[in-house]
Design a protein around this ligand. Structure first.
Ligand SMILES: *Cc1c(COP(=O)(O)O)cnc(C)c1O
Length: 228
């Protein structure tokens, strides 16, 4: 039987091969293991194999996991990658190290107000609606600058970069176009804010294409933990 440990190693190999193939800097892509709907035992297995960054989508489920694991595994870095409602911002600000899905000023302001001074600033990525479909989450590329400026001005938040979920997982050509526009938006943001270092792009099926387009963090669930 193929184990989580095997799948994690295979995923890290895919990242490494893509880094070589596209002449990226070694170790410039972080693997974020997406553990939503999976039990703590799966997280612990991945942890014991060396994985430290974990992504969760649902606040309630995530907090239970974080509370259960925080004392025994206190160097896990927790990333929130789901959609964040304003009544959940206090929980998110208290329990997470990163939020990848900021698309509204109001949510950013609440997180800033609710983040404890005892904790380091909360790391933030702006979610971009790369497909420009009105049904999708995220801001339009044309609105990134305004939101970035606000986040940059908030002392309890650290603007780290951009995140996107592509629209068209089966159409590689369309995916390439979307990833290319994220790549240039990321470069533009970095030129303006030197602390910006994160492009959160790529999932189980498109790790290689994401690495090709300067992704620095791939969010991988099913390729590590199996089907949900
Ligand atoms: C679930 C999820 C992932 C992981 O997707 P896989 O296809 O299982 O790798 C990545 N990013 C986000 C935002 C998700 O919700």
């Amino acid at each position: 039987m193929i184990t989580i440990t095997d799948r994690l190693a295979q995923t890290l190999d895919r990242i490494k091969l893509a880094i070589d193939k596209y002449h990226r800097v070694p170790d410039s892509v972080t693997l974020l293991a997406v553990s939503k709907t999976k039990p703590n035992s799966d997280i612990i297995t991945a942890y014991d194999s060396g994985q430290r960054d974990f992504g969760e989508n649902y606040i309630q489920e995530a907090i239970q996991k974080i509370q259960a694991l925080s004392s025994s595994h206190n160097d896990i870095v927790w990333h929130f990658i789901g959609s964040l409602q304003s009544n959940k911002t206090a929980d998110a600000a208290t329990h997470f190290d990163w939020i990848h899905t900021i698309e509204r000023e109001k949510i950013a302001v609440r997180l800033n107000n609710q983040r404890s001074d005892a904790l380091p600033p909360l790391n933030i990525c702006i979610q971009v609606n790369i497909s420009q479909e009105s049904s999708k989450s995220g801001v339009l590329l044309s609105d990134v600058d305004t939101l970035a400026e606000l986040i940059h001005s908030l002392p309890r938040l650290a603007l780290r970069g951009l995140m996107a979920i592509p629209s068209s997982i089966d159409d590689e050509q369309k995916l390439s176009i979307e990833f290319s526009s994220m790549q240039s938006a990321f470069k533009k943001l970095q030129a303006r804010y030197p602390n910006v270092d994160t492009l959160s792009l790529g999932m189980s099926n498109d790790i290689e294409l994401a690495v090709k387009h300067d992704s620095t963090m791939v969010r991988v669930g099913s390729a590590i933990f199996g089907k949900r």
